[in-house]
Design a protein around this ligand. Structure first.
Ligand code: NIG
Ligand code: FE
Length: 391
C-alpha cells in the first residue's frame, strides 16, 4: 500500500475511453494519431479517480436540524430513538417522486466528481418498503446512466425497521427475505446486499438470515459492522463470506483475526466519526499491519457523514488514524476497486483499464491530505472524457 508506482513527468495515452499506454512522454507520443488530442497537465499530479466504496448517495432532504440538536447535547442514538435519524430521511425519501430523488442525486453526483471521485458504491436503505426501495435502486441506476459518475448499486433494505413493523421486527426480516430480495435480484437492480448489524437495528441472527438469502440469490455481501457496539459483526462478515465489513470503530483483535481468516476487506469511514463529533476512530493502522487490504470511503449520508469528499477522508485517515498518504491513496483507489469486484477495470492507471483519472492542482500527491479543506481538483476524467473542470 506504500508503493504507488509513481512515474515522474509521465504521460498517458487514451483510446476509446481506455488507457492504451502509460509512461514517459517520448514513448507515448509514438502512439499519437493525427486526431489525438493533447491535454497538458502542466506538471500537476495525476491519480486514478477515487473509488468511494461506501455511500448512501440517494436520499431526499437533509438533517441540518439534527446537526444542531447534536451540537446542543443530544446524541445520535437519542435522536434516532425519538423518531429522528434514519426514520426522518425514510419519511422524506418515501414522499419524494423518482424525478425529485434523481434531481437531488445528480447534485450529489456533481459533488463527487468535483472531489475527484469517478466511481461510487450507492446503497438504498431510505425506503424500507418494496416499492420505495425499488424507487431508490432505479434512481441509482439512472444516476449512473445520466451522469458521468459510475455507480455500483447495493440493496440495504435492512437499514432500520420501518414504522409499519415497529412491533414486528421478525416480520420485516421475512418481508426482506421473501419479497424484497427476490424482486431486487429479479430486476437486476443491485450487485451487493448490505445489513446494518447493530443493537436496536438488525441483530446477529437477523443479519445472518438476510445475508444468507442474498448470497443464495447471487448478490455479493457487505455489512455495517461493529459501528456503535461490538456485537460480532466482523465475525459474521467472515462467516457469511462477505466481501467487506464496514465501519468497525468498535472491532477488537478477535474481529480483526476473523476478517483476516475470512479474507474480508475492512472499509473504514472516518467521516462519520468526525461529523458526529466522536474521537474513537477505527484501528486502521492495525488492520494494515495485520495484512488486511484496507479501504477508505466517505459513507456520504445525511445523518452521520454529510461529506462526498475523498480528499477530506484522506486527511482524516492521515491525521486521525496515522496512515501515510500513500497508504490512504491505495485504500481509496485500487483496494476500493477490488472491494467492488472491479479491480481489473478501475482503481489504477494501467493499460487496458478505464481512463478514469483526476488531475489535482498539486505537484505532489501528498499535498492532497496535507492542505485540507480546500478544493484541489483541476479536472476529473471518466472514460477519457472531462466530467468535471474547475474552470
Ligand atoms: O453508515 N449506520 C448506519 N447508516 C448510516 C447512517 C445513516 C443515517 O444516519 O442516515 C451510516 O453511518
Ligand atoms: Fe453507511
Amino acid at each position: 500500500m506504500r508503493e504507488l508506482g509513481i512515474i515522474e513527468k509521465g504521460a498517458l495515452l487514451v483510446e476509446d475511453g481506455r488507457i492504451a499506454q502509460i509512461g514517459p512522454p517520448d514513448e507515448i507520443s509514438k502512439g499519437f494519431k493525427k486526431e489525438t488530442e493533447m491535454v497538458d497537465a502542466g506538471g500537476r499530479a495525476v491519480l486514478p479517480g477515487f473509488v468511494d466504496a461506501h455511500t448512501h448517495a440517494v436520499f431526499a432532504g437533509n438533517r441540518i436540524d439534527e446537526f444542531e440538536q447534536r451540537l446542543s447535547g443530544s446524541s445520535y442514538q437519542e435522536i434516532a430513538a425519538a423518531g429522528g435519524g434514519i426514520k426522518r430521511t425514510v419519511a422524506l425519501t418515501r414522499d419524494a417522486s423518482e424525478a425529485e430523488l434523481l434531481k437531488q442525486a445528480k447534485k450529489h453526483a456533481n459533488w463527487f466528481l468535483s472531489c475527484g471521485t469517478t466511481t461510487v458504491e450507492a446503497k438504498s436503505g431510505y425506503g424500507l418498503s418494496l416499492e420505495s426501495e425499488l424507487k431508490i435502486l432505479r434512481t441509482i441506476k439512472r444516476l449512473g446512466e445520466e451522469t458521468p459518475l459510475k455507480c455500483v448499486p447495493t440493496f440495504l433494505g435492512a437499514h432500520a425497521f420501518p414504522k409499519e413493523f415497529t412491533d414486528d421486527h421478525d416480520g420485516y426480516v421475512l418481508e426482506i427475505i421473501e419479497s424484497m430480495l427476490p424482486a431486487v435480484a429479479e430486476q437486476n437492480l443491485a450487485e451487493f446486499c448490505d445489513v446494518f448489524c447493530e443493537h436496536g437495528y438488525f441483530g446477529y441472527e437477523q443479519s445472518r438470515e438476510v445475508l444468507n438469502r442474498a448470497r443464495a440469490l447471487g448478490l455479493g455481501l457487505r455489512i455495517h459492522a461493529d459501528q456503535l457496539s461490538n456485537n460480532g459483526g466482523a465475525s459474521l462478515a467472515a462467516e457469511t463470506g462477505a466481501i467487506t465489513a464496514d465501519h468497525l470503530e468498535k472491532v477488537d483483535d478477535v474481529g480483526i483475526a476473523a476478517l483476516l481468516a475470512g479474507r474480508v476487506q475492512p472499509v473504514v469511514l472516518p467521516g462519520s466519526v468526525y461529523a458526529l463529533g466522536w474521537n474513537k476512530y477505527p484501528p486502521a493502522k492495525e488492520m494494515i499491519d495485520a495484512g488486511l487490504a484496507l479501504v477508505l470511503a466517505t459513507d456520504f449520508n445525511p445523518g452521520s457523514s454529510p461529506t462526498p469528499s475523498m480528499p477530506m477522508i484522506l486527511s482524516l485517515a492521515c491525521t486521525q488514524m496515522q496512515l501515510l498518504p500513500a497508504e490512504a491513496v491505495s485504500a481509496a483507489t485500487i483496494n476500493a476497486a477490488y472491494s467492488l469486484k472491479r479491480g481489473h477495470e478501475i482503481g489504477s492507471l494501467e493499460p487496458g483499464k478505464a481512463a478514469d483519472f483526476t488531475i489535482f492542482d498539486c505537484e505532489d500527491y501528498r499535498e492532497i491530505p496535507y492542505y485540507f479543506g480546500l478544493p484541489k481538483v483541476w479536472k476529473t476524467f471518466v472514460n477519457g472524457k472531462v466530467a468535471f473542470d474547475c474552470a
